[in-house]
Write a protein that binds this ligand. Structure first.
Ligand code: DAT
Ligand code: MG
Length: 140
């Protein structure tokens, strides 16, 4: 058994569209548990650290503006191989090509402006997960 924790974000598009409960439902239906849940208004500083790998990308500013456009539901999910497992539940980055059955494939829209609005974020490795959980939940 490899019990892990991962950081899931329901991004502002997902919160605005009332999909927070649907994302939590899918996490729990898969058998993962919720270790922490908090509605957070992100700041530019938090997002620069969260998306540090993307600071030099052409879409970075639009990504930050989008992530500042409303509250984000920050979630720590726990379970066996949950890091890879949640990425699988989320589906491919681009909602147009994300497989049906995934969160992005079922619920995401293609492009709503200059940045992909794809409802959720999930950590991509154990190192990312511990770094990102520390950013969004400094008390954990
Ligand atoms: P993921 O969220 O699947 O890990 P990522 O880390 O490559 O994808 O990118 C972070 C977010 O940035 C992604 O969820 C949506 C946005 N994004 C990625 N590539 C983009 C692009 N080419 N144009 C606009 N937005 C993009
Ligand atoms: Mg990523």
């Amino acid at each position: 058994l490899t019990v892990e924790r991962t950081l899931v974000l329901v991004k502002p598009d997902g919160v605005r569209r009332g999909l927070s409960g649907e994302v939590l439902r899918r996490i729990e239906a898969k058998g993962y548990t919720l270790a922490a849940v908090e509605l957070v208004q992100a700041t530019p500083e938090l997002l620069e650290r969260h998306y540090a790998e993307h600071v030099d990308k052409p879409f970075f500013r639009a990504l930050v503006d989008f992530m500042l456009s409303g509250p984000t539901l920050a979630v720590v999910a726990e379970g066996n191989r949950v890091i890879e497992g949640f990425r699988s539940l989320a589906g491919a980055t681009d909602p147009t090509t994300a497989a049906p059955g995934t969160i992005r494939g079922d619920l995401g829209r293609a492009w709503d402006g200059p940045v992909m609005q794809n409802i959720v974020h999930g950590s991509d490795s154990p190192e990312s997960a511990s770094r990102e959980i520390g950013l969004w939940f400094p008390a954990l």
